[in-house]
Design a protein around this ligand. Structure first.
Ligand code: NAI
Ligand code: MG
Length: 481
């Protein structure tokens, strides 16, 4: 493991920032500083991009797909062998309950397992053309990939971006979030141990405005993947446009859970409360609006109320349903939404409660169910990124679809109904990237293509679909007569 504040991994070696600057790392659970990370900036990004560029010419370039896959399989196994240690790192760094952290680390290993199996199956096409010609289309790596990930699921986002990039033969410069870099640092060390050649994976910790901006603007980066806020997403896409490189953006959502009066209420209520309180609501695909058919509104609200009131919030080690949010800024942001909704006269239907393990200096907020929330209110339109659920009644299918599609976002939707024809009819009309029918959970399924439309971003991660993003088609036309 690197020494404190030697958390840049460049060209196969741990190093400090060229400026020697470092950033304190605080625990969301008690607000205390527990370690430091290097404050990488444009000088360090320069070194990392240079190493990634050189690695594209080295052993990595001539390595067969199955050999890349073997290294990735090694990494997946190393992650599993060290899973408890990484889960503890993740729980301390992000505040998430330890069971949730363990689930995330298993998902991280799965990403490398899944894409290891794909590394020797990056298939091309043979196209029919004129007589006397042979046309092939092959998928080539993009080159140097700049990956900028957020703090909510650091380890699994590492897997989601790094694994498909490596499977397709790219090299990587990863910029983890300043609020949660520790598991990524450990994963980079394991990637080295797994046999990844020097320079193939480089990691630069630091601030978004410094290291992140420098990476996104670097003219020698061939592809960008960003997950985070829509505001920074605009900056990333602007930088990509200036350099004429593609980018994938995953920018969160205001995802609806649509509950019809014929739904399995027990299952729906349990899932909906579980999803919005998981990771303290800091999930891009969190179902933060629950749309309930008016004929079942009171009955279903009573069930949500009972479950939301039972949620307990505390330290990761207490292993409750809900931990703290990531930092004081996020706690204030979420609290602001709660205060304004109350001031606007929206009824608090239910609130969870603090457990004894939730100390005053930690960044805890109370999970809250509001309703009925007018569809124009910010609680029905804006991403809170906290454990806050807005209940909205609807009359019929047409109105449900109108409300579901009536925000700037379009990431995921949950659909709860036993009516088979309605399931498919509504699913087809929702402007989102994923629809879950009688289940919900974008975080699960590594196999499932994921991404949004509208303000939720564009491009697809996860599944075999991601391989298309990380490669570019080359058409070769041969005349042989
Ligand atoms: P952010 O979008 O600023 O941070 C995400 C990543 O982008 C981090 O690695 C950060 O260092 C980097 N970054 C920040 N500014 C950058 C820049 N100018 N150039 C390049 N990279 C940059 O998100 P932040 O400030 O941590 O959270 C603000 C809000 O964003 C949250 O309250 C939440 O609503 C949303 N968010 C959504 C996420 C999602 O999964 N969709 C994840 C994190 C935040
Ligand atoms: Mg920010």
């Amino acid at each position: 493991m690197p020494l404190e504040a030697q958390t840049l991994f460049i060209d196969g070696a741990w190093t400090s920032a060229a400026s020697a600057a470092a950033l304190d790392v605080r625990s969301p659970t008690d607000g205390e500083t527990f370690t430091a990370i290097s404050r990488g900036d444009s000088a360090d990004i320069e070194r990392a991009v240079d190493a990634a560029r050189r690695a594209l010419q080295g052993a990595w370039a001539t390595m067969a797909g199955f050999e890349r896959g073997r290294i990735m399989t090694n990494l997946s196994n190393l992650i599993l062998a060290n899973a408890e240690e990484i889960a503890q790192i993740e729980a301390r760094d992000t505040g998430k309950p330890i069971t949730q952290a363990r689930t995330d680390i298993r998902a991280t290993a799965r990403y490398f397992e899944f894409y290891a199996g794909a590394a020797d199956k990056i298939l091309g096409d043979v196209l029919p053309f004129l007589d006397g010609y042979q046309v092939t289309v092959q998928r080539e790596p993009r080159g140097v990939c700049g990956l900028i990930i957020p703090w909510n699921y650091p380890a699994s986002m590492f897997g989601r971006t790094v694994a498909p990039a490596l499977a397709t033969g790219n090299t990587v410069v990863l910029k983890p979030a300043e609020d949660a870099s520790m598991s990524c640092i450990r994963l980079a060390a394991l990637a080295h141990e797994a046999g990844l050649p020097a320079g193939v994976l480089n990691l630069v910790t630091g601030l978004g405005e410094e290291a992140g901006a420098a990476l996104s603007q670097h003219p020698d980066v061939d592809f960008l993947s960003f997950t985070g806020s829509p505001e920074v997403g605009t900056l990333i896409q602007t930088a990509a446009a200036r350099n004429h490189v593609p980018c994938v953006l995953e920018l969160g959502g205001k995802s609806p859970q649509i509950v019809f009066d014929d739904a399995d209420f027990e299952h729906a209520a349990q899932t909906i409360i579980g999803v919005i309180t998981q990771n303290a609501g800091q999930t891009c695909s969190a179902g933060s609006r629950v749309l309930i058919q008016r004929s079942a509104y009171d009955r279903f609200i009573a069930m949500l109320k009972e479950r939301m009131s039972a949620v307990r919030v505390g330290a990761p080690a207490a292993d409750l349903q809900c931990g703290p949010v990531i930092n004081s800024t996020q706690a204030k942001k979420v609290q602001g939404f709660l205060d304004r909704a109350r001031a606007d006269g929206i009824e608090v239907i239910a609130q969870g409660a603090l457990d004894g393990s939730a100390v005053k200096t930690g960044y805890f907020v109370l999970p809250t169910l509001f309703g009925p929330v007018p569809t124009t209110h910010e609680l029905a339109q804006e991403e809170v990124f906290g454990p806050v659920l807005a209940a909205i009644p609807f009359e019929d299918e047409a109105e449900a679809i109108r409300i579901a599609n009536g925000t700037a976002y379009g990431l995921v939707a949950g659909l709860w109904t036993e009516n088979g024809a309605r399931q498919m009819r509504v699913a087809k009309k929702l402007r989102v990237g994923q629809v879950f029918i009688n289940n919900y959970g974008a975080g699960g399924g590594i196999e499932l293509p994921f991404g949004g439309v509208k303000r939720s971003g564009h491009g697809r991660e996860k599944g075999l679909e991601a391989l298309k993003e990380y490669t570019v088609a080359k058409t070769i036309v041969l005349r042989h007569d």
